[in-house]
Write a protein that binds this ligand. Structure first.
Ligand code: NI
Length: 172
């Protein structure tokens, strides 16, 4: 396992549409392990393969739904994720991105989504997510399509100006 360098805006790698994962081989498993380690070291709650310079449709997310519970955060690894359903209800939230260090923005996202993809071994999987987890999935899937959170909002500011650092620190 190794921590990989995180590509930052405006590197053009972040703007390309990533390719489908076709081979669930040892190379992919190593990439997944590196992405998990890189996300944890950053620290962040999510990471997409293009953010480590690999143009594949692959994301990792680690997020604890309930900060007050003792339950450990849940780790999600998903290849080829697709949003099957999104609620028409939306929520505004402040998010950051490991590829845009030091900045956060207020982004409107679907409040609930159903995501379909494949696990790290290629087996089909579905995740129903709401709230922050739904936000993180939407943010990471955007990365696979070359979209950054700054494309979805006019309200971007330096993280230091954020009055509620707990939320501003949620970087993905
Ligand atoms: Ni991001």
């Amino acid at each position: 396992m190794a921590i990989r360098e995180i590509v930052t805006h405006p590197n053009p790698i972040l703007r390309r549409k990533a390719h489908r994962v076709e081979k669930f081989d040892q190379g992919l498993q190593s990439l997944i392990e590196d992405m998990i380690e890189t996300m944890r070291a950053a620290p962040g709650v999510g990471l997409a393969a293009p953010q480590v310079g690999v143009p594949l449709r692959l994301i990792v997310i680690e997020y604890g739904e309930d900060e007050n519970s003792d339950a450990p955060p849940k780790l999600y690894v998903m290849a080829n994720p697709e949003i099957l359903r999104a609620s028409s209800e939306t929520e505004l939230g402040v998010e950051g991105c490991l590829s845009i260090p030091g900045f956060v923005g207020e982004v409107e996202r679907a409040a609930e989504i159903l995501v379909r993809g494949q696990n790290r071994f290629g087996k089909p999987t579905k995740v129903k997510a709401k709230g922050w987890l739904a936000r993180i999935f939407q943010h990471e899937i955007d990365h696979l399509n070359g979209i950054l959170f700054i494309d979805r909002t006019d309200k971007v500011w330096k993280a230091a100006e954020e009055k509620e650092p707990a939320q501003a620190n949620v970087s993905n």
